[in-house]
Design a protein around this ligand. Sequence first.
Ligand SMILES: *[C@@H]1O[C@H](CO)[C@@H](O)[C@H](O)[C@H]1NC(C)=O
Ligand SMILES: *[C@@H]1O[C@H](CO)[C@@H](O)[C@H](O)[C@H]1NC(C)=O
Length: 384
Amino acid sequence: MQLTLLVLVLLIIPLKGQGKKSKLKGTRWWSLANIGQPSNDLHSNTQLYNSPSLLPLTKRQRRLVSKNPGTILALMSGARMAIEECKYQFRNRRWNCPTHDNSHGGPIFGKILQKGCRETSFIYAITTAAVTHSIARACADGSILTCNCDYSMREPSAKADWDWGGCSDNAKFGHKFSRKFVDVLEKGKDFRYMLNLHNNEAGRVHVSKVMKRECKCHGMSGSCTIKTCWMRLPTFRNVGDKLKDRFDGATKVVSGNDGRRLPKDNNGSVRRKKKKGKGKLRRNKFRFEPVNFNHKPPGRRDLVYFEDSPTFCDKDTSIDFEGTKGRQCNATSIGIEGCDLMCCGRGYTSSEYTVKERCSCIFHWCCHVKCEICTRKKIRHMCN
Ligand SMILES: *[C@@H]1O[C@H](CO)[C@@H](O)[C@H](O)[C@H]1NC(C)=O
Ligand SMILES: *[C@@H]1O[C@H](CO)[C@@H](O)[C@H](O)[C@H]1NC(C)=O
């Protein structure tokens, strides 16, 4: 009896450990953000494959990166860009996109990734968008060996007074690479995985489908008789703003695959959507139904989640959140950055501090500016 128990325990322990590890395996590449410049002698593929900078990656990711030399730098800058943008977009909210030291192998954004709330969706979307953006731009910069500018934008007719031919950001390559690199980790048909895949794709689409035309004139003395145009990606701030809007309007969903939540016709028969063309990927077979029947089903660009967010008022180690104690707030605002909401009714403490500023600046002909240094007192409010 005791022996059986022991055997059982021995069997269970490693399984449990493995499950936990693989759950967040898909997020380990984010720690590339913390790595310094990798050494430059990364030309041979085997060298690259075995390089210590690639340790946070899985074998498949490492293979992908070493087949496409130059992508590692783009991935690193993408990871940093995502973290920075997330912090910027959420700077005034209770959950302010905290990041954690991941030297112990935990994910940079912490355990909130194990949840399925709006914040989790945003993290997936913004990180995937950042990879797409960073790779697409790096192609056009010529810093990836296996891709180039996208020269395929040539549609307009002869009557246009300008010509494609400029070097467009390679959104196609970025999109494809990001799929191979990021989505490969989301395996299985689990609801949560499908949700992550959807949010990943939403992130990518916000980058690759929103390009804008830029042109340059080549004519004599500024005349615009010859004009070359190309497609540029939006700035990443722009992508961040859009994704933040999607965060605000995110759809809470349940799995729509069991038929249970399919809308019924008047006569009670279940209405099924028509099958999509067979060119669609397998992932599209999985459907999300909005929890609220009055909402339309989420589109490709919408973020989806299935779990309500916590209040983010108090310290909560289960999501690696410190609470809003000590956060700075705005005493006169009634918004979420205002002390009332930010401090969750616990009140706040105000303190005075001094700042040194340049002041009374005078312009001297020609050409320099002389300023004095003034000391000013300011007041800071912090949540109790
Ligand atoms: C119920 O609706 C379906 C589709 O709208 C239709 O094909 C079917 O004949 C209807 N059944 C009855 C009993 O009205
Ligand atoms: C605080 O909020 C008020 C009202 O929304 C705004 O006018 C003011 O600029 C804010 N102060 C700071 C320091 O952000």
